[in-house]
Write a protein that binds this ligand. Structure first.
Ligand code: TEU
Ligand code: CA
Length: 559
């Protein structure tokens, strides 16, 4: 297996709108990030992934881009961005930008042109179709609810938008579109950035003919994923991107790929023949849903072990994994996979241990390092996310779901759980802004904040710093082979990492109850050295048979 910096790196994801507001207009910005660079450096992360900062009307908080070559004025200027890049590089931190090229904003000049007339030179930059029997060209559902097609009266045709109607899909079948994208990528790379996180990159190739999907009984629209996820020309387009752009630079590339399987991911990330370094898979994000994300169910540890093990083994010695438990689209990790009431601190540390000790590049999402939790706003008026607002409107107004039921689903799953402002200190608005924040802060900020965490040597934050250091000091933590032990244990997730002659043993009690542990016979009976743990451990303890406390996490070097 090749050794490279992007395998050894720990990535920190910043959602700029919610990170730090430098001018008190209530919106996080680039100068706010610049003011926190020493904080990131002290945490020990190697790479920052910056969510979109390009010009955007913000229908989907920057994922609807109207100018790829400029910065959103609310966030600052290109000069601020250059200063941010320099400040990161001066601290040895690399910068990965978000690349959103499945779609643009409807306010992008290409689309403004495209909708003018059927013979406009930009018409074919997007996916236009005439209606079928007075209805949409097909029955695909948008990710944000309703039809994926919008009728445009000026030319009497519909355009495709897999996300909001203000996010028209680019037509990747058009070689001119692809050339424009590659040129734009080179423009940013030549400024010195270190990689791209590629938004829904496995949606760029749609099945020819755009066939109807199969709706649930009684439904008009259906999720058309089988016709646009991992489509027929995906590999070809990405090979072309690799040839035209990626292979000429030393980069970290990570594709966001909903609906990807380990088999497809292995092809995409194959060290010889692949196109990307790694992808974000979504299988573990689906464990607490019944089909639709809003239909919440409890997740099970046995399923989690099966999914993660399939991914660890599926890419072994061939591709590379990315490891994450949350991001700007997901609930907070400690609220979802830990216990944010009785065991917030130990469970957040356990999840940190899990994320940093699996094989793959770990991603930490802002606030995760201090154990920020989900928020339960009392009213829909407190929410901002387009997906959340559309879900609520359709559930309550169209389907007659009681508001309290819809709100309960939102409390569990809304993307705004991850988008409340970063909690810096216990001053008003958590030190995020002295103005009026664009979204309310989580009311638990007086207890959960960076200032508190820096002052407490036992904090989640300091534990992350130790873990990050541990990962750097032990190549086995990066490159070691993963093997699952005690696969059927209902509370414990136990695995080893092996890079001959080194071996690590990771023991995680994923429950709020004590758990019995018996050392598997395959491991030596004694002499294991404890590298890190989230509770004090008695050095004289006999590891052959012991009990782990709620959410206890330990990493040993095997004798
Ligand atoms: O997300 C794509 C995606 O498939 C999901 O994570 C999506 O957010 C879904 O609604 C979750 O329930 C990416 C971005 O990360 C997301 O913020 C954007 O809204 C989306 O693409 C469109 O660009
Ligand atoms: Ca601001």
């Amino acid at each position: 297996m090749n050794r490279t910096w992007w395998k050894e790196s720990v990535v920190y994801q910043i959602y700029p709108r919610s990170f730090c507001d430098s001018n008190d207009d209530g919106v996080g910005d680039l100068r706010g990030i610049i003011s926190k660079l020493d904080y990131l450096h002290a945490l020990g992360v190697d790479v920052v992934w910056l969510c979109p900062v390009y010009k955007s009307p913000n229908d989907d908080n920057g994922y609807d881009i109207s100018d790829y070559h400029d910065i959103m004025p609310e966030f600052g200027t290109l000069a601020d961005w250059e200063e941010l890049l320099a400040g990161l590089h001066a601290r040895g931190i690399r910068l990965v930008m978000d690349l959103v090229v499945n779609h643009t904003s409807d306010e992008h000049p290409w689309f403004v042109q495209s909708r003018q007339s059927k013979d406009n030179p930009y018409r074919d930059y997007y996916i236009w179709r005439p209606g079928k029997d007075g209805r949409e060209p097909n029955n695909w559902l948008s990710h944000f609810g309703g039809s994926a097609w919008e009728f445009d009266p000026r030319t009497g045709e519909y355009y495709l938008h897999l996300f909001s109607r203000k996010q028209p899909d680019l037509n990747w079948e058009n070689p001119q579109v692809r050339r424009e994208v590659y040129r734009m990528m080179r423009w940013w790379l030549d400024k010195g950035i270190d990689g791209f996180r590629m938004d829904v990159i496995n949606m760029i190739s749609k099945a020819p003919g755009l066939p109807d999907a199969e709706p649930e009984p009684g439904e008009r629209y259906a999720y058309g994923g089988r016709y646009f996820l991992n489509g027929p020309r995906l590999m070809e387009f990405l090979q072309e991107m690799k040839r035209e752009v990626l292979q000429h630079y030393d980069l970290l590339t990570v594709g966001e790929t909903p609906g990807v399987t380990p088999e497809i991911a292995a092809q995409l990330t194959d060290e010889q023949t692949g196109v990307l370094n790694m992808v974000f898979q979504f299988e573990h994000m689906g464990l607490d849903s019944e089909g639709l994300k809003w239909r919440v169910r409890p997740w099970s540890l046995l399923e989690m072990k099966q999914v993660m093990t399939r991914w660890q083994k599926g890419l072994e010695a061939r591709g590379w994994n990315s490891i994450y438990l949350t991001n700007h689209d997901q609930p907070r990790a400690v609220s979802r996979f830990g216990d944010d009431r009785r065991f917030r601190v130990p469970s957040a540390k356990l999840l940190a241990t899990f994320t940093l000790l699996l094989q793959g590049t770990p991603y930490i999402y802002q606030g995760e390092e201090i154990g920020m939790t989900n928020v339960a706003f009392p009213s829909i008026a407190d929410y901002r996310d387009i997906e959340t607002l559309n879900f609520y409107r359709e559930a309550v107004e169209v389907r007659g779901v009681p508001p309290a039921v819809a709100l309960a689903a939102i409390h569990a799953k809304s993307r705004d759980n991850a988008r409340t402002p970063m909690q810096w200190d216990s001053s008003p608005n958590a030190g995020f802004t002295a103005g009026n924040p664009w979204i309310p802060v989580n009311p638990n900020y007086p207890e959960i904040n960076v200032q508190q965490a820096l002052a407490d040597p036992d904090s989640i934050l300091h534990y992350y710093r130790r873990l990050i250091r541990l990962r750097k000091e032990h190549p086995v933590a990066v490159y070691g082979r993963y093997d699952l032990l005690l696969a059927d244990h209902p509370q414990l997730y136990v695995f080893t990492r092996t890079l001959e002659p080194d071996r690590l043993l990771v023991i995680l009690n994923f429950s709020s109850e004590p758990a019995r542990f018996q050392l598997p016979a395959a491991l030596p009976a004694a002499g294991h050295a404890l590298l890190i743990a989230n509770y004090p451990v008695d050095a004289a303890e006999d590891l052959r048979s012991t009990t782990l406390r709620p959410w206890e996490a330990r990493v040993y070097r095997v004798a």
